[in-house]
Design a binder for this molecule. Structure first.
Ligand SMILES: C[S@@+](CC[C@H](N)C(=O)[O-])C[C@H]1O[C@@H](n2cnc3c(N)ncnc32)[C@H](O)[C@@H]1O
Length: 226
């Protein structure tokens, strides 16, 4: 891994074609039916509250937005950001007729104009698919979009030693997953979030500790911020 130059072009985070069209079904099948109950549990652990404003970055098919809407209700607001055409189509069709859910065709890795307007920013299986420079840009966007005291929630791989992981995990990370995933796993996500002005961490672990929901609060940024 070390010495390999990672390029954004090698990422698999922009889901297109067959994979995009059947994304939810494929997730259910690949995980042998585990995914629906897993993601319901994650959203319950996320604890969205009635009336909250949520920014869902890299929102996918809208499955997560719908699950969060069950908590936020019509007094809340969910804004999904998504660039994949097929993902956007499914998001719009799934959430049609729900006024408090909206989709915007925006890149999350370029400067966004939201300023302190959200209570919660959700990044679900998105951050690992970017080179570190872009991850930092996404975190800067998240920080600015949140009101002080608002929460960022990252559902993604935990930080662990891939060499020491069980064979099926090593296979999934090194042969199936996005080539940028292992780089994400190796870095200390909490340390990176701290440098971006987040603190008060809360963590929930799944899949034998290999997947984590990391929730942190927006604090004031330290001097010499990134
Ligand atoms: C692995 S999927 C996860 C989707 C969803 N968050 C979930 O958990 O089901 C990553 C998503 O991010 C979207 N995406 C990739 N790059 C993006 C970018 N630069 N800006 C906005 N969305 C992006 C992809 O199209 C895809 O829908």
């Amino acid at each position: 891994m070390s010495g390999t130059v990672l390029r954004q072009e090698d990422s698999k985070v922009e889901v297109t074609g067959f994979e995009a069209r059947y994304y939810d079904t494929l997730m259910n099948l690949i995980t042998l039916g585990w995914y629906p109950s897993f993601i319901r549990k994650v959203i319950a652990d996320l604890r969205p509250r009635a009336g909250e404003r949520i920014l869902d970055m890299g929102a996918g098919t809208g499955r997560n937005a719908l699950l969060m809407h069950a908590y936020t209700g019509e007094s809340g607001r969910i804004v999904g950001l998504e660039i994949g055409e097929e993902m956007q189509r499914q998001f719009r069709s799934k959430t049609a007729g729900i006024p408090s859910i909206r989709l915007e065709d925006r890149r999350i890795d370029e400067a966004l104009s939201y300023e302190e307007e959200f209570d919660l920013v959700f990044l679900s299986f998105v951050l690992h698919g970017f080179i570190q420079e872009k991850r930092e840009a996404i975190l800067r966007n998240a920080y600015r979009a949140l009101r002080p005291g608002g929460r960022i929630a990252i559902l993604d791989y935990a930080n662990f030693d891939v060499d020491e992981a069980p064979g099926w995990v090593r296979f999934a990370i090194r042969r199936v997953e996005c080539p940028l995933a292992e780089d994400f796993i190796r870095r200390d996500t909490k340390e990176i979030l701290t440098a971006h002005g987040f603190g008060e961490f809360r963590e929930e672990y799944y899949l034998l500790g290999h997947i984590r929901l990391l929730v942190a609060e927006r604090e004031e940024k330290p001097e010499g911020d990134v």
